[in-house]
Structures are given as structure tokens and as C-alpha cells.
Design a protein around this ligand. Structure first.
Ligand code: F3S
Length: 293
């Protein structure tokens, strides 16, 4: 069995930065450290951080003192302001790629442009971006939703950082027809782009593709989507324990990729398990050759 690992897989710059900053904050045992929502979309990594003392919260009611970490995909403007008004300390880990979308949306919204966001309206990154134009953005995620937009005069269009280029181009072309004057910003981040390109490259070469990452991770879901286009057997797993090793042994060329919030130890664990399967296969072959002799 041959195993091919995607060249760019696992933690992106923004997630790595958020995790490193959080680990640094957790060293200070005199203060409680909170994350507003799970720090990253990976249950195993969050569990590890919680074991080190991080508290994940979903509202501010229970917090009286301490530091609150804003995760890499950002937070709504009103909640950030509420945290500051409560005199709590903010550790802002919003990824710079997301921050630049906040700025763009705020700037164009103030100039009177309608904001169109291509993305998932329930994703925290999109909820955060929308708050920078007073929650008035048109959020579209499908071609039908793009066609349903009213005719708009001046539009500023941005994308969720984890979208595929294919979807971005398709929906942008529809919004262009529906607007008089449009400023298009391709805000898909570079880390997403290179992870998708590496996944596509590997998926074309293998009989089965293993995508490691949180079930709620948007960028992991996109890697699954891309893999399915080029490979018939795609397994989206959170850890190697989710995979039937018996089933995977049917394939002779297997690709491995991982989302931007998948820690390296989960990727290594998967590679090691697959490598051990290879050794088992080799041992079985050797043993069966002994009995023949
Ligand atoms: Fe930032 Fe892109 Fe990662 S927006 S958090 S570098 S997926």
C-alpha cells in the first residue's frame, strides 16, 4: 500500500498563531482564560487545551474576570465591544486575513455600498464579517441564492476565507449581472488556496482519500468536496480511530490530507497507523511464504 500525504496539510498560519497565543496565556495561572466559542474547529485539539485550563464559553454571563480569547475567525463587533465594556481583557487572535475583510466591509458599507458575502450565514466568520456592516449584508451560498438577490446599485463583494475558487467565480459572475457597479474582492486566504491545490493533486493520484479534520470545519469540508470530485473513495475522519482499517486495506494507493485546524499529531497518528498496516501486510506476506516453503 502506497501512502501519499498532501504537501500542505494541517494547521494554517492563523490557527497556529491562535493556538500558540492561547498556550502562552495558559502559562499564567493567576487568571482564568476563556475562549468565546471553541478556539478551533477540532474537538481533539480543543479538548487538549481545555485539559490545560482553557474554558470555552458561549455567552458572557458567567465571566466576571479574566481574559477572553477571540478565535482566528473573529467575533462580532458588538460582542467585542461588550467584552471591553465589561473591563475584561481581550486577546485578539483574529486572523489578519479575516481582519482585512472586516475593514473592507466597514469601509465600503460607510460609503453606501451594499455588501454581498459569499459564505455560510451560520459560520462564526460570516456572522463576524456581517457585523461590520450593521448585519445588513446579503449572504449567499448557492447559485439559487445569488439569482434571488435584488438588483443592486453599488456592491462590495467578499468571500468566506475558506471557499473554493470555483464557487467564488461562479457566484461572483451571477452577482455581477445583478449589480450596476461592483467591487469584487477575492478574500479566499492563501492557506486555503494551497491546501485545496495540494488536496486536488493527491486526490487525482490515489484510489482512496482520507481527509482528517473536524466535522464542523468549513475548510475541511471543502477538502472533502474537492477530493470527491477526483476520487471515488473519500473518508472524512476526525481521528484515525474513525476509519475502518479493514476497508482501507482494499486500496493500494491512499492519499492523506487535513484541514487547517487539524493538529500535526492527528496527522502523524494516521500516517503511523497506515504505515503499520503496511508492515502487517509485509509480515503476512512473509509468513505465508514460509508456509509455502
Ligand atoms: Fe486565517 Fe486562512 Fe487560516 S483565514 S485562520 S489563514 S484558513
Amino acid at each position: 500500500m502506497e501512502i501519499i500525504v498532501a504537501e500542505n496539510a494541517g494547521f494554517c498560519f492563523g490557527v497556529n498563531r491562535a493556538v500558540e497565543k492561547t498556550l502562552h496565556e495558559l502559562e499564567d495561572k493567576t487568571k482564568e482564560i476563556y475562549s468565546y466559542g471553541p478556539l478551533i474547529h477540532n474537538n481533539q485539539a480543543v479538548e487538549n487545551l481545555e485539559n490545560k485550563g482553557l474554558h470555552t464559553i458561549y455567552n458572557l454571563d458567567d465571566v466576571k474576570s479574566g481574559k477572553i480569547i477571540i478565535r482566528s475567525h473573529g467575533l462580532s463587533k458588538d460582542i467585542s465591544e461588550e467584552i471591553l465594556n465589561m473591563n475584561l481583557e481581550l486577546v485578539d487572535c483574529t486572523c489578519p486575513y479575516v481582519l482585512s475583510i472586516h475593514k473592507k466591509v466597514e469601509q465600503f458599507s460607510k460609503k453606501g455600498y451594499d455588501i454581498v458575502i459569499i459564505g455560510d450565514k451560520n459560520h462564526p466568520e460570516i456572522i463576524g464579517i456581517n457585523s461590520y456592516c450593521e448585519n445588513k449584508a446579503y449572504i449567499i451560498n448557492t447559485e439559487d441564492e445569488a439569482y434571488e438577490l435584488p438588483y443592486l446599485d453599488r456592491v462590495c463583494l467578499v468571500s468566506q476565507t475558506t471557499n473554493t475558487m470555483e464557487k467564488f467565480k461562479k457566484l461572483t459572475s451571477i452577482v455581477e449581472i445583478k449589480s450596476n457597479n461592483i467591487e469584487v474582492f477575492n478574500t479566499i486566504c492563501n492557506a486555503t488556496k494551497i491546501r485545496q491545490e495540494s488536496t486536488l493533486k493527491v486526490a487525482q493520484m490515489v484510489n482512496a482519500m482520507i481527509v482528517i479534520g473536524g466535522k464542523h470545519s468549513s475548510n475541511t469540508q471543502k477538502l472533502v468536496e474537492i477530493s470527491r470530485k477526483y476520487c471515488d473513495n473519500v473518508y472524512h475522519i476526525e481521528t484515525i480511530k474513525d476509519l475502518s482499517l479493514q476497508e482501507i486495506q482494499k486500496f493500494n494507493k491512499i492519499g492523506i490530507t487535513a484541514g487547517a485546524s487539524t493538529p500535526s499529531w492527528l496527522i502523524k497518528e494516521a500516517i503511523l497507523t497506515m504505515d503499520n498496516l503496511n508492515k502487517d501486510e509485509m509480515m503476512e506476506a512473509i509468513e505465508s511464504s514460509f508456509t509455502k516453503i
